[in-house]
Design a protein around this ligand. Structure first.
Ligand SMILES: Nc1ncnc2c1ncn2[C@@H]1O[C@H](COP(=O)(O)OP(=O)(O)OP(=O)(O)O)[C@@H](O)[C@H]1O
Length: 236
């Protein structure tokens, strides 16, 4: 369980995350909705250890990770796929994906024994990438590059996977493919936090929904099927 309690993050003089509390359970995809500037990316970056909160706590299975270094947070199994793909265009698909594996090894979260099986799993989960395993990543479509970024995170064997708008800039069809891939990464002991603007497609794969407004959680634990059109109009 990832338990966030009274988390406050200031950027300059602005309070961007304001006494936010939420509980994100394993085995679920928790979708975070909110208008531009609500603080969603800042929340993900703080969970990943890239920003130091001014107050509050972030507990992963009971241990407070809020003020640990990014490396220590990664070592505890938190992986962020930030906005923008962060794919190395001149490296092959395979090399890009293996970077996740090497990173996990460096952090002590992977052994050579498990890596082979995990690589095979990745090729099965991402058949499009398997077909282009040795192609230059920069030659892939936007949707495929996004899949490379997600596959790299998968290879890092995350306990907590944070995805910041993975379908941004993609056609509805490719967004669907990417979000279906995200859904296939759901595992009993894995916490997946998804920030998305492609709301309808994200609702189709989410297990629960939280709504952020002005840095705080306005509603949480909502069932995706309970979110009606008029609610969405009020959120955005
Ligand atoms: N370095 C910074 N200094 C001051 N304010 C910042 C800084 N970075 C972001 N902000 C502000 O913090 C607020 C929250 O930004 P954040 O990117 O977390 O929102 P978001 O909900 O992810 O929005 P979006 O959907 O546009 O990415 C925004 O108003 C933004 O302008």
């Amino acid at each position: 369980m990832l338990t966030i309690d009274s988390l406050t993050v200031r950027l300059g003089h602005r309070t961007v995350v304001d006494a936010l509390s939420a509980a994100l359970p394993p085995g679920e995809i928790s979708l975070i909705l909110g208008h531009n500037g609500a603080g969603k990316s800042t929340l993900l970056r703080t969970i990943a250890g890239l920003l130091r909160p001014a107050g509050g706590s972030i507990a992963l299975d009971g241990a407070d990770i809020a003020r640990r270094s990014p490396v220590e947070v990664a070592r505890s199994g938190v992986v962020l796929v930030p906005q923008g793909r962060g794919v190395f265009a001149d490296l092959s698909v395979a090399e890009n994906i293996k970077l996740g594996m090497w990173n996990a090894r460096r952090l002590g979260r992977s052994t050579t024994d498990t890596e082979r099986a995990r690589l095979d799993d990745a090729r099965e989960l991402f058949p499009v990438l398997d077909e282009q395993w040795h192609s230059r990543a920069g030659s892939l479509s936007g949707g495929q590059q996004q899949q490379v970024a997600i596959a790299r995170a998968f290879l890092a064997n995350p306990k907590v996977l944070l995805l910041d708008e993975p379908s941004v800039g993609l056609s509805p069809k490719l967004a669907d493919v990417v979000l279906t891939t995200v859904a296939s990464l759901r595992r009993e002991d894995r916490i997946i936090v998804l920030v998305e603007q492609n709301v309808h497609q994200a609702l189709a794969v989410a297990d629960s929904v939280a709504v952020m407004r002005a840095g705080a959680v306005e509603q949480h634990g909502l069932a995706p099927s309970d979110i009606a059109q008029q609610d969405l109009a009020a959120i955005f």
